[in-house]
Design a protein. Structure first.
Length: 394
């Protein structure tokens, strides 16, 4: 793994916007605009290095599924902050019937510097973004700048194949809706959903558009409907389950939830059991089940324990996005136990390449490794000001 600098292509911004990345710039607190898509540098990997990382990602995925089974079997929903019995029942039912429910993709965030083993930082298996840039503009950048090179990137092919493989699980006779929140001002959620819809279209599925805010409730039929009053039988939503089960329509979601087995009227993708994997409590449960595993960091739910005096620790809210609420505690600092439910994970500072702190976003589609996206940040927390850099295999 190596970081190399390179001159950006002339007109790069228009190029990536035409390829679906309509948010190539980030607005900073001083009101300045700086590149989010940053092609002034790129990362180089060897093929054996990527093949080893692919094996790590697939092993971590298997371990996460085993942890989900453990949570359900031992009724540990409260450790994840799932205290509503109806929600816990819905998640458990979805897990037991997971073979009947479509499940498409997820993203592992890894700490890796090219020398030691990759370490799991978190798993976003419900609403992962940065998909568009990883799948499309990154690939076209490589073809233009390094023709004949390769890339850890089979996202498009695998996503299309996943929709084909799981098409039989969708309710017949009605479209698969793709929904994002219209509150998204940057366009990232919109384009992520648009890209996933494109892969479903290419797989031959009948699809349609809707925003979460446009989904209506028909009290006469007791069903969710679109803005033409057509029943919504299946919907891919870029909208977290923790919102879906707590907003004012949560009761209707649970009442009509299609968890397989011929019950319910609305099938949501990703399924409800993904709540088990997109919760930071998973990190602590993994450490309980696989203590000392080379690809895991020590993590606890009841406080930092000895991490405060050994390596330091990072406090992570059980639910969150883009580093929100994450705090870093260096070794020797007084232990702090927060009131809100958190995971306390060993501090493993992101590797620095030329002063840039790097995290690898490794994608999985169905159960197989599918690609890589790299983000850089100025600090130890990968937040909304992170930059996306392309990579090649040479």
């Amino acid at each position: 793994m190596e970081r190399r600098t390179i001159a950006p292509r002339p007109g790069w911004q228009q190029t990536v916007e035409e390829q679906g990345l309509i948010y190539p710039l980030t607005r900073y607190p001083d009101n300045s605009l700086r590149p989010y898509w940053d092609e002034s540098a790129y990362y180089v990997f060897s093929l054996p290095e990527v093949e080893a990382l692919e094996e790590v990602v697939e092993e971590l995925h298997r371990m996460c599924l085993a942890a989900a089974e453990h949570i359900v079997a031992t009724d540990r929903f409260a450790d994840l902050g799932i205290t509503d019995p109806r929600v816990a029942h819905a998640v458990a039912e979805a897990w037991h019937r997971r073979a009947e429910l479509p499940s498409v993709y997820g993203r592992f965030d890894l700490r890796y510097d090219g020398t030691g083993p990759a370490k799991l930082l978190e798993y976003n298996a419900d609403t992962p973004t940065s998909l568009v840039e990883a799948a499309s503009p990154q690939w076209f950048w490589m073809e233009e700048r390094f023709p004949g090179a390769d890339q850890w990137n089979s996202l498009h092919e695998r996503l299309t194949a996943a929709w084909k493989n799981q098409a039989a699980l969708l309710p017949p006779g009605s479209p698969l809706y793709f929904a994002h929140s219209s509150a998204d001002e940057l366009g990232e959620d919109l384009m992520t959903v648009a890209y996933l819809k494109e892969t479903a279209d290419q797989a031959g599925l009948h699809t349609d558009w809707i925003s979460m805010e446009e989904i209506g409730w028909d009290p006469l039929s007791g069903r969710f409907v679109d803005n033409h009053l057509r029943f919504i039988r299946s919907c891919f939503k870029l909208y977290p389950w923790e919102w879906l089960t707590t907003d004012r329509f949560a009761g209707h979601v649970l009442d009509t939830l299609d968890n397989g087995g011929g019950t319910g009227t609305t099938l949501w993708i990703e399924p409800a059991w993904k709540m088990l994997l997109s919760n930071k409590a998973l990190l602590a449960i993994l450490w309980e089940l696989y203590p000392g595993h080379p690809n895991l960091l020590p993590a606890h739910l009841d406080g930092p324990r000895d991490l405060a005096t050994t390596k330091g620790y990072v406090t992570k809210p059980l639910l969150g996005r883009e580093g929100a609420g994450v705090t870093v505690h260096e070794r020797g600092a007084a232990p702090v136990v927060r009131d809100d439910p958190c995971c306390y994970q060993e501090l493993a500072p992101l590797p620095s390449f030329d002063g840039n702190h790097v995290v690898l976003g490794a994608w999985i589609v169905e159960n197989e490794s599918a690609g890589l996206g790299i983000r850089e940040s100025s600090g130890l927390i990968t937040d909304e000001y992170a930059r996306f850099l392309p990579h090649v295999i040479l």
